[in-house]
Design a protein around this ligand. Structure first.
Ligand code: NAD
Length: 445
């Protein structure tokens, strides 16, 4: 059925953190905005099947682990009684409170939200399909914020419900006795943290020679040391050769990641109750017919943009995962604001010096810039920092601010940090650099 034609100044395609931020900012700057989202709720992967539900489950994992660790302080609890249905609805409720809040924020700003799958039919029009309904929306400027999706490995039995992606894993349909996680990146290790706390026996298989390959080896070491003891196996430089779906489980055979590395042992064939595939995400740039708008998209599905988030077509912008790595919500929101402000005529561009990364594992790892606490020898300015441990993701913020403000280690060391807090540890690190620390003894060189 051909619906009514809608006209809008700014069309935002995709209602994830990047898309809704761009839409809200553009509306606040006086633009008439239409936000197109395929799902009935806003929030995208982050709110619905990513950051927020995973943080909810990671909170549960942390409480379960802390309760166990209290036995060292003489406090014992009974084994946890886990009601999966309640856990799921508690987690879903957290996400739905946030998505309801977003719908209210859109309404308050007069942002028109259109539900359906949008694709370009020209450089001024998209068609939005929702079941049998379709409507054409004409725009003056557009912001593409269509995100990414989990990478699938085509040779695996992808129709078998025991083979999960991150969305399935967050749904916690069951607690597998034996869980194999393919991919030792952030998703793989965060889900390992959750399922290990719920009682699964975990095996991780990672192609590279370390888990979280993008992260400094020194920062990963404390996590590796801890999970080596907790998990059944962590196979590095290893890949999965095949997965066979049998009634009694998923039969997995392994191989060396580097075929001629004959010194490397190949793990034995093993049977798992469930397998989580977390080998990265790929951009959705090929799903929206951007070529019909004349926008270039590379083979992998990324849309290249300039510092103002403009694509090769001047009035079409792109933000978030679809524009490249890192695929992080806080990068997308920052880019969304830039695109909206440029559209509103402001002279904004990407100027942030660093984007922090956080793995909500146990221990948590956070890093930005050049990692460890480092400062420039000549200027003393902070160049980067890495934190491992409780609330690392919160502690990194002070270092990010220091780097953005051009602060030096001296500034951090001379800042009075409250005691006793975790935040004072960043001050101590700066004192180490300055040679003024008294809480440790550092031999003079
Ligand atoms: P990732 O790229 O972080 O990790 C994937 C891992 O899988 C890598 O270590 C890679 O070497 C490995 N791998 C690839 N193919 C493999 C194979 N065939 N066999 C074994 N290992 C293989 O991707 P992800 O963990 O899937 O996360 C996707 C995106 O989502 C990332 O950009 C990530 O930063 C983001 N994310 C961020 C957070 C956070 O900020 N806390 C949480 C979840 C996801």
């Amino acid at each position: 059925m051909e619906g009514a034609q809608l006209k809008t100044e700014v069309l935002v395609l995709g209602g994830g953190p990047g898309g809704y931020t761009a839409a809200f900012r553009a509306a606040d700057l006086g633009k008439q905005v239409t936000l197109v989202e395929r799902y009935p709720v806003l929030g995208g992967v982050c709110l619905n099947v990513g950051c927020i539900p995973s943080k909810a489950l990671l909170h549960v994992a942390a409480v379960l682990n802390e309760a166990k660790e209290l036995s060292a302080a003489g406090i014992g609890f009974a084994e946890p009684d886990i009601d999966l249905e309640k856990l799921r609805s508690w987690k879903n409720n957290i996400a739905s409170q946030l998505t309801t809040g977003l719908a209210a924020l859109a309404k308050q700003r007069n942002v028109t939200v259109v539900k359906g799958v949008g694709r370009f039919i020209s450089d001024t029009q998209v068609v939005v399909e929702d079941g049998d309904d379709s409507q054409t929306i004409e725009f003056k400027q557009a912001i593409i914020a269509v995100g990414s999706q989990p990478v699938k490995i085509s040779s695996f039995p992808n129709d078998d419900p025991r083979l999960m992606n991150s969305t399935d894993a967050l749904n916690v349909e069951s607690i597998p006795q034996k869980l194999l996680i393919i991919g030792g990146g952030i998703i793989g290790l965060e889900m390992a943290t959750v399922y290990n706390a719920l009682g699964s026996k975990i095996t991780v298989v990672e192609m590279q020679d370390q888990i979280i390959p993008g992260c400094d080896k020194d920062l990963v070491r404390p996590l590796m040391q801890r999970i080596k003891k907790q998990y059944d196996n962590i196979f590095l430089e290893t890949q999965v050769k095949s997965i066979e779906a049998l009634p009694e489980g998923l039969k997995v055979s392994f191989d060396r990641a580097i075929p001629d590395d004959q010194d490397k042992n190949v793990p034995e064939i093993d049977l798992f109750d469930k397998v989580l595939v977390a080998v990265g995400r790929r951009p959705n740039g090929h799903l929206i017919d951007v070529d019909k708008a004349g926008v270039n998209v590379d083979q992998r599905g990324f849309i290249r943009v300039d510092k103002q988030q403009r694509t090769n077509v001047k009035h079409i912008f792109a933000i978030g995962d679809v524009t490249g790595n890192p695929m992080l919500a806080h990068k997308a929101t920052h880019e969304g604001k830039i695109a909206a402000e440029v559209i509103a005529g402001m002279a904004t561009e990407w100027r942030a010096l660093t984007i922090p990364s956080v793995a909500y594992t146990d221990p948590e790892i956070a890093w930005m810039g050049v990692t460890k606490l480092l400062s420039d020898k000549q200027t003393g300015r902070i160049l980067g920092a890495g934190v491992v441990g409780t609330h690392a993701g919160e502690l990194i913020a002070e270092a990010v601010l220091a780097l953005e403000m051009g602060a030096g280690a001296e500034d951090l060391a001379l800042t009075v940090h409250a005691h006793p807090t975790l935040s004072e540890t960043l001050g101590f690190s700066a004192e180490m650099l300055e040679g003024t620390i008294t809480d440790l003894f550092v031999r003079k060189r």
